[in-house]
Design a protein around this ligand. Structure first.
Ligand SMILES: [Zn+2]
Length: 206
């Protein structure tokens, strides 16, 4: 199951059958019931390089770019339903994953469509999977790592180390405090996690 198929199922939509024969530029499948590319995306569409090479869109992929909800909102699609996530739910969702298959998208300002890179990345495991995030693009989730990061972040918050430092450089004062109060090891462990996309997401949701 690819992402367009999951979305059709989760939202209880019907595939949109057309009459064009060709290869879908979104999912890469051959179709005899497709639509012209120009009837699928607007002329300023820029994501072709991240998609399949093809000359039409298939019935499942046709509606993907015209429905603004996928771009504007954070959402979770499962075979059971389609959930739009508010800010608070978005923060909690990685701690409360649904039964696979599912796909998760986290929007920030609702302008980008990083799930375009994830057409073939529906999650079939709760332990490791890809999800899309407007700021970080395609992010690889590993449960063990996520909880390891989460514990480090929670510990760092006890020492009043702000998120800015968790994402960027520690202040000199923080290193001085770490020596004084014996949490240098924590800072060193955190240093190794920085620059990792899942770390960034984990800081955000804490
Ligand atoms: Zn398709």
């Amino acid at each position: 199951m690819n992402l367009p198929e999951l979305l059709i199922k989760s939202r209880k939509l019907e595939p949109n059958y057309g009459g064009v024969l060709g290869k879908c530029f979104v999912c890469g499948r051959e179709t005899a019931k497709g639509h012209k590319t120009k009837d699928t995306v607007s002329s300023n569409f820029t994501k072709f390089s991240q998609l399949s090479s093809g000359d039409c869109s298939c019935p499942e992929c046709h509606g993907l770019f015209s429905d603004q909800v996928y771009r504007r909102k954070s959402w979770l699609a499962t075979t059971e339903g389609f959930l739009i996530l508010d800010k608070n739910e978005k923060k909690k969702i990685l701690y409360n994953l649904p039964e696979p298959p599912f796909f998760l998208h986290m929007a920030m300002i609702g302008q980008k469509q990083p799930w375009v890179e994830c057409i073939h990345d529906v999650a079939f495991s709760m332990r490791s999977f890809y999800f899309s995030h407007e700021n970080y693009g395609k992010v690889y989730f590993e449960k063990d790592k996520f909880y390891q990061y989460d514990a480090l972040i929670k510990e760092s918050l006890k020492y009043k180390i702000g998120k800015m430092q968790l994402k960027g450089e520690f202040f000199l004062k923080t290193w001085e405090n770490a020596i004084k109060y014996n949490f240098e090891d924590l800072l060193k462990k955190i240093e190794k996690c920085k620059k990792n996309l899942l770390w960034e997401v984990c800081v955000d949701v804490n």
